[in-house]
Write a protein that binds this ligand. Structure first.
Ligand code: HEC
Length: 324
């Protein structure tokens, strides 16, 4: 590494540390996602209150629907990106919110103006990091872009490059790329004039991550049945990420017990993940652990819904916590 590059990386990291320290000191972060959003609290509220909205999608068969759902789960999970991005808890979805753009994305040293990012920044990658700071507008992946979305091969090369070279993530499996490709192909708007295909914007509720978790649970079983333990492990990470998002919204002092339950449940999933990581997973044990976990999640789910009004999924609470 030449010295200029080293200085750039070093100063980027120290600026990030200083940046976070000042953010913490005078501007307490309520939710982690604020660290990559503009400072304006009303703008933050817009993003933090947006549901996991989707446009209506037609599937040709159940297999395709499962593939889309797995793709969506991976798109929302930081571990896919690996490296610094995952450490900062960034996922594809942080920049491409619900597959769109994010006009309030502002990450220290990665963004220029709000809504832009330099994805070849050396903070993310030791491969493609270039010397120039050249942030560009984060594109809306639903709209026609540079890469023709139906060209699976081009998309595959692009996404792999993005993960491995731009974000320094682990080499994605063929299945991971297949799922991300199906997700991107399905969200791409085919007919811009067809209003029925537009996203119906609704406000976020705890039901969004709960539904996401429930959807992923079925797909973990599907992956295990198809001997794809690698995807099953990523999907467990996807659930644990959603549980982390729920956890930080249940931070009211009277919700401590609920928070503990979320943490326990997430830790129990980590055990199942370890079980799958064995070269020769014990199917019977997996089925037993998973069955217990699903029961446990059912009672947690009810408690979460019951307590939602005290959490930061209540938009009144969110607004007053942000002091707007
Ligand atoms: C830090 C923000 C950020 C993250 C995280 C991110 N992207 Fe992007 N993405 C961008 C930017 C900026 C561009 C435009 C790059 C360019 O034009 O050179 C882009 C471009 C793309 C494109 C090309 C769109 C076109 O114009 O055809 C695709 C597809 C894409 N991203 C998918 C993904 C996927 C999948 C992930 C997760 C694995 C991801 N992105 C993560 C910021 C991000």
């Amino acid at each position: 590494m030449d010295s200029c590059r080293f200085i750039k990386i070093f100063s980027t990291i120290s600026l990030m540390v200083i940046g976070f320290a000042t953010l913490r000191a005078d501007d307490h972060l309520i939710l982690h996602a604020q660290s990559w959003l503009v400072k304006d609290k009303s703008a933050q509220y817009d993003i933090l209150s947006e549901s996991y909205s989707k446009a209506p999608i037609n599937f040709t068969n159940r297999e395709e629907e499962i593939a889309y759902q797995i793709g969506e789960a991976l798109f929302r999970t930081p571990i896919i990106l690996g490296g610094q991005a995952a450490k900062a808890r960034l996922s594809c979805n942080s920049c491409h919110l619900n597959g769109g753009d994010n006009k309030y994305f502002l990450f220290p040293n990665i963004s220029g103006a709000a809504g832009t990012a330099d994805v070849s920044n050396s903070f993310f990658s030791s491969f493609r990091g270039n010397q120039n700071f050249d942030p560009v507008i984060i594109p809306n992946l639903r709209k026609k872009g540079k890469i023709p979305v139906q060209d699976s091969q081009k998309l595959r090369i692009f996404i792999r490059g993005l993960i491995v070279e731009e974000f320094n993530g682990n080499e994605p499996s063929k299945a991971t790329l297949d799922y991300l490709i199906i997700y991107l192909q399905k969200i791409a708007v085919k007919d811009v004039k067809d209003k029925s295909l537009e996203i119906k914007r609704t406000k976020l509720s705890v039901n969004d991550p709960i539904r996401m978790v429930e959807q992923i649970i079925d797909n973990i079983d599907y992956s295990v049945e198809n001997n794809d333990e690698n995807t099953a492990i990523l999907l467990i990470a996807a659930i644990r990420h959603q549980m982390g998002l729920i956890y930080e919204r249940y931070q009211h002092p009277i919700l401590r017990e609920t928070q503990k339950e979320i943490l326990n449940s997430s830790n129990n999933l980590a055990l199942i993940s370890n079980l799958l990581r064995d070269n020769n997973p014990n199917d019977e044990l997996y089925i037993l652990y998973m069955k217990n976990w699903k029961n446990e999640f059912q009672s947690l789910r009810n408690r979460l819904i019951y307590n939602e009004s005290k959490s930061l999924y209540s938009l009144n609470n969110l607004r007053s916590s942000l002091k707007i």
